[in-house]
Design a protein around this ligand. Structure first.
Ligand code: SF4
Length: 345
């Protein structure tokens, strides 16, 4: 009988070069992150504290924290602190709040600490290296033990191929991460064409669907921006009519804090490295599909960043960081996972 590979959450491992510390820029407590879903128990706890603070959301069909008209969480104080955290401590917050922007993937080598990039504390200016042990309190369950978001012990490199052992994957991944760290353009490292063929649909139809999904939330702004930019990239005659940047104030705060801008290529390479490191594709998809979808989101992110630079005159690194807010939000949505299933290589 084949030996079963085991995954483990210890030791905790950070990707070399990943930098993050929470400066409290406040973006993670707005509708940009969906503010949920909550478990039944979390809903009861939150409502005990304040019955207006959470409830069933018909749009998401989930239990969610409620937002104020400006999109901020019901518990967000005027000074951008969390009321639950301030009154009781971090352990009283719902799991999603405690974890963001961090994640944990159990592998045969240990627990990979991952980071989302739609967070200025992750993407803007000089930050200390990500310390996995310092991240631990955000990643534990109620019993104080590290809780994995996913477990990965084998990788499917191509959609129709068998999965390969983790060791074999590590060699492939290691070469890509080294190239990114050495300054190779992320497009070259991915080595995949954007906008691959889609089964039963076209990119034009998908772009129209994205634009039609605008719903008055910050996520609606992100998906409309994405759809408009796809239209512009596919049709040079198309006049881009993307909406504004409701998350700009959080990036203003980060810019004022840091002062120093990062090169655009560095911001994008850092993101691609974390997308690979976090193995988000491994449970349901394959690495060839992952490379194609990442190449597509990277092309859109470059175009959005250029538009932000030229329209609002903001610095290149910050434009790239804000563009990542758009492409990561879309990438984490059901719209994108349904589209990725249609990719045919
Ligand atoms: S509950 Fe607190 S940490 Fe969670 S989104 Fe609301 S303000 Fe932010």
């Amino acid at each position: 009988m084949a030996k079963k590979t085991r995954t483990q959450v210890r030791p905790l491992i950070a990707r070399p070069g990943a930098q993050y510390t929470c400066f409290g820029d406040g973006l993670c407590c707005t509708d940009i992150h969906g503010l949920g879903p909550l478990t039944k128990k979390e809903l009861v706890q939150v409502r005990k504290r304040d019955s207006r603070g959470a409830g069933w959301d018909e749009d998401f069909e989930e239990r969610m924290l409620r937002t104020a008209p400006d999109g901020g969480c019901h518990f967000l104080l005027p000074d951008l602190r969390c009321r639950i955290h301030a009154e009781t401590g971090p352990e009283a917050k719902p799991d999603g709040c405690r974890r963001f922007p961090l994640g944990l993937v159990a592998t045969p080598e240990g627990g990979r600490v991952t980071t989302h990039h739609r967070c200025p504390c992750r993407t803007m200016g000089a930050r200390p290296d990500l310390d996995p042990e310092a991240a631990l309190p955000s990643l534990v369950n109620r019993a104080g033990r590290p809780k994995a978001d996913a477990r990965v012990d084998k990788i499917r490199l191509e959609r129709k191929a068998k999965r390969v052992p983790f060791e074999e994957w590590r060699a492939i991944e290691g070469r890509m991460l080294d190239a990114l760290a050495a300054g190779t353009e992320p497009e070259r490292v991915l080595d995949a064409d954007p906008f691959p063929r889609l089964k039963g649909s076209s990119w034009e139809d998908q772009a129209d669907e994205f634009v039609a999904a605008t719903d008055g939330t910050s996520f609606g702004v992100a998906i409309a921006t994405f759809g408009e930019m796809v239209r512009s990239l596919l049709d040079p005659e198309h006049r881009y009519r993307g909406p504004g940047r409701p998350w700009a104030s959080a990036y203003d705060r980060a810019e004022a804090r840091e002062g120093e801008d990062r090169p655009e290529d560095e911001v994008f390479a850092d993101w691609i490295a974390d997308e690979i490191w976090s193995l988000g594709f491994a449970e349901d998809s394959s690495f060839d599909v992952c490379r194609a979808e990442l190449a597509t989101r990277l092309a859109v992110a470059r175009a959005v960043a250029r538009h932000y630079r030229e329209t609002w005159g903001i610095a290149p690194g910050r434009s790239a960081a804000e563009a990542l807010t758009v492409v990561e939000l879309v990438g984490d949505s059901e719209f994108w996972s349904e589209l990725v299933e249609r990719i045919r290589l």
